[in-house]
Design a protein around this ligand. Structure first.
Ligand code: FE2
Length: 248
């Protein structure tokens, strides 16, 4: 018997729910759960900031690669929206960088550098490969390999997994901890980098199922490669947080 397209998609959705939705790092993150309580020393907060700055900054390399490997103009533009917004082009009311204004200070890494500066971290202490723990660098390299892949199914699986993880609530846990720290001892800590990303993820979360169905409908789609990339990406995400947990 040949399965109907709808049931094949449903079957694929069930595999994705197992591999991505039920991945340990999506279900629970002991580091961010601890961080959310706000009982974080300045030393631990600086170590966290340095590792997050390396990931955030090197993410640009993966996003550039995603643009270069985009399978069509629509995907190319979708990836370029993210890259240019990261670099400092604001979204217009239509939600696009088309016609948006570039400002140096709107670059996400500049927000993070200001946050780091409020904690006493200077420019040369953040955002470079040399500052990354092995697990942080493994995560950044996994982003380039899987998220920036030239194989469409692989890139779609990695992208889906990253968005699913980002929408699963880790920004909110970080913000809860940072608000507590700010209230207790760092009144001038700028939280824009964190709150902006949390707000953006709330919009993304609504689209991930559409993206799944779109990827599935592409000619030559491989559910194996999609799932392999999603799992590899989340394993690397888990490694990143474990690296931080070990350093705390
Ligand atoms: Fe960003």
């Amino acid at each position: 018997m040949i399965a109907s397209p709808v049931s094949a998609l449903d079957e694929f959705r069930a595999h994705v729910a197992d591999a991505v939705g039920a991945h340990p790092i999506v279900r629970a993150n002991s580091y961010t759960a601890w961080f959310a309580r706000g009982d974080v020393s300045d030393d631990a907060l600086r170590r966290f900031t340095v590792q997050f700055s390396v990931f955030s900054h090197l993410f640009l390399e993966a996003q550039m690669r995603k643009c270069i490997n985009a399978p069509d103009v629509a995907s190319y533009r979708a990836s370029k929206e993210i890259l240019l917004n990261e670099l400092g082009v604001s979204f217009t009311r239509e939600g696009s960088v088309e016609g948006g204004t570039f400002r140096f200070r709107a670059g996400h890494f500049e927000w993070l550098a200001e946050f780091a500066s409020a904690l006493g971290l200077t420019w040369h202490e953040i955002g470079k490969r040399a500052h990354g723990l092995p697990a942080t660098l493994a995560f950044c390299d996994a982003l380039v390999e899987w998220y920036g892949s030239d194989d469409e199914s692989t890139a779609a699986g990695a992208s889906f997994a990253i968005e699913h993880w980002a929408a699963a609530g880790f920004w909110k846990e970080l913000i809860a901890g940072l608000r507590a720290i700010k209230a207790a001892r760092h009144p001038d800590l700028p939280l824009g980098f964190w709150t902006w990303h949390d707000a953006l993820e709330e919009q993304h979360a609504a689209h991930t199922d559409d993206e799944l169905a779109q990827a599935f409908a592409k000619p030559g789609f491989s559910s194996e490669r999609f799932l392999r990339a999603g799992t590899a990406m989340l394993d690397a995400v888990a490694g990143f947080w474990e690296g931080l947990a070990q350093s705390r």
